[in-house]
Design a protein around this ligand. Structure first.
Ligand code: SF4
Ligand code: SF4
Length: 332
């Protein structure tokens, strides 16, 4: 196993933060969040997985896609500039998988999303293994683990005075070159795992489409969209054009995009006023079938990493594991 002393890791992170934006788990009044930090000392080393995922650093809650300036017959188009380099340190395996899931839609399936591609190209994923699974985590059901190194450029495992370190990509290897890494005998101890229930198969989710339970769940759902906004894989967005204040004789516009969610009441509203998902239960069903049926069918990976955040966030305690567990029982 390769290790790096905590002192050397801290020095290296301080140097990284001086060169580019360093994002890491940080303790704030409301909890621990991935935030830009200036020094390794600011990192919440002991924290469980952060309250929100890291998706906002690749897919911001709102952003300008382009600006148009019309001056007489001249039209000038200003596309948002390329992203600056950034490193996300302390990334948890569920959040790295969330990024991998977004890659499948934004990078690997045409058309490529140029804004996302620019950020992704300029982002290093530096993982930190969870010591154990949190109370709402179920990453193991989704084929991950609290110390799963896949989807990272570099994976660190905290061992107290030293951290085990593993480069997973050529970018990761290049990053670690020159660091005083030591070869030690033995293997990295695996993180502890907790027994969690199961979820229906994709086929069983699909067959649940006409199940009356969806309407019952819909009676509780507030369509508040919190579940989507905390989710590392929910990536629906809305695009709109806004007129900007312009000098006389000119017209300036900007095109904006912002996160949206299929649990919003008007999400599927069409011209003429028809809404094929007018009922909250049908919107909730769509969100979960998207995770386990539609998204894997269209893009490959399941769009759930088992991070458990939607279980923690839902104000009326709608719990994906309970919903799925009941459907699974009914299917047996
Ligand atoms: S659906 Fe819930 S548990 Fe799954 S990745 Fe999204 S927030 Fe996490
Ligand atoms: S399931 Fe819960 S968090 Fe999601 S929209 Fe409904 S009430 Fe809000």
């Amino acid at each position: 196993m390769k290790t790096l002393s905590r002192e050397n890791l801290n020095l290296w992170l301080d140097g990284l933060a001086a060169q580019q934006s360093l994002i890491a788990p940080h303790l704030e009044a409301q909890g621990v969040f991935y935030r830009p930090v200036q020094r390794a000392q600011e990192i919440a080393w002991e924290a469980d997985r952060p309250a929100l995922s890291a998706k906002e650093f690749l897919f911001p809650p709102s952003e300008r896609l382009l600006k148009v300036e019309k001056r007489g017959p001249d039209i000038r188009l200003e596309v948002s500039p390329s992203a600056a380099p950034q490193a996300i340190f302390g990334l948890r395996p569920c959040d790295a998988r969330g990024i991998r899931v977004m890659d499948a839609a934004f990078l690997e399936t045409p058309p490529i999303d140029s804004q996302y591609a620019s950020r992704r190209e300029n982002t290093l994923l530096l993982g930190l293994a969870c010591r154990s699974m949190g109370a709402s985590c179920f990453c193991t059901i989704m084929g991950l683990a609290p110390d799963d190194p896949r989807d990272m450029d570099v994976m660190f495992t905290d061992r107290g005075p030293t951290l085990a370190v593993q480069a997973l990509t050529p970018r990761g290897e290049a990053l670690l070159a020159g660091l005083p890494i030591v070869e030690e005998p033995g293997e990295v101890e695996p993180a502890s795992r907790r027994e969690v229930g199961g979820l229906p198969t994709a086929e069983a989710w699909k067959e649940s489409f006409g199940d009356a339970r969806w309407a019952k769940h819909g009676e509780r759902c507030l369509s508040c969209r919190l579940c989507a906004y905390v989710c590392p894989t929910c990536r629906c967005y809305d695009v709109r054009d806004e007129a900007l204040p312009s000098p006389p004789g000119e017209a300036h516009f900007e095109r904006l995009r912002a996160w949206d969610s299929c649990t919003r009441e008007g999400y599927r509203l069409t011209a003429g006023g028809h809404n094929p998902r007018a009922a909250a239960g049908s919107r909730l069903r769509n969100r979960l079938l998207c995770k386990f049926v539609y998204y894997p069918h269209q893009y490959g990976p399941a769009a759930c990493t088992g991070c458990g955040r939607c279980l923690d966030a839902c104000p009326v305690n709608l719990d994906l594991l309970e919903i799925g567990g009941a459907l699974q029982e009914a299917a047996q």
